[in-house]
Design a binder for this molecule. Sequence first.
Ligand SMILES: Nc1nc2c(ncn2[C@@H]2O[C@H](COP(=O)(O)OP(=O)(O)OP(=O)(O)O)[C@@H](O)[C@H]2O)c(=O)[nH]1
Ligand SMILES: [Mg+2]
Length: 226
Amino acid sequence: MESNRREIEVMANLLGSNDLQADVNRTHFRKNNCLAINVIGSPGSGKTTLLEKTLPLLSAELHVGVIEGDIFTNKDADRIAVYKVPVIQINTGGACHLDSKMVSKVLPEFDWKALDLMVIENVGNLVCPADFDLGEAFKVIVLSIVEGDDKPSKYPVIFRNAQAVVLNKMDLEGLTDVNMDHMKRDIRQINPDIQIFEVSCRNGNGLTEWVNWLTQKAKDFKEFKE
Ligand SMILES: Nc1nc2c(ncn2[C@@H]2O[C@H](COP(=O)(O)OP(=O)(O)OP(=O)(O)O)[C@@H](O)[C@H]2O)c(=O)[nH]1
Ligand SMILES: [Mg+2]
């Protein structure tokens, strides 16, 4: 009993100190008029691919920076660097999610006067990143439809906390038994306000709607005056 209580206290302290640094990060993004988004999804759901497909479609007026979170490698940052945007890889060294301190350490590496949108790709994981605020304006989930239509109801926390979900790999719909109506119904039951995009990064379907929405969000953020 005693040890359980200590575990809960340690977790509460950890999340508390993460939230304090997240607020500092958020102030930094706000001060620089840069919309920061935290992209979360299972390994292989298509987070990096979505970014690869999104970057060329964004207006040249929108300047993007990227933070890539990964446990060990630089592979995702190498893929994004091809698109000539500033990108920094954070290796968590085993941790299953980014935290606000890790993000704060790389913020000085960017030229903030030149940025309108910061995309933070979290470590591939649908569970752990949900609890760790990085200071982002909002979270975006990338869920590949082949993961199964039961995933929103099995992992509701992240769906409750996100502003948008990209249902990716729609080109594979006919090859699986996924029921898209059930998937979307469950997502809306958890979060009626969430924006749902049905996308195939393979054939490009649905990308325009997603890109237009994201662009508008970045513009709104810039024009917002406190
Ligand atoms: N068929 C199909 N494959 C896709 C689509 N989007 C991504 N993929 C493939 O899915 C695999 C994983 O994509 P990634 O973008 O690396 O996934 P990720 O979420 O960034 O993975 P982690 O960073 O390891 O968590 C790659 O082989 C992609 O080519 C899609 O819309 N359709
Ligand atoms: Mg990736």
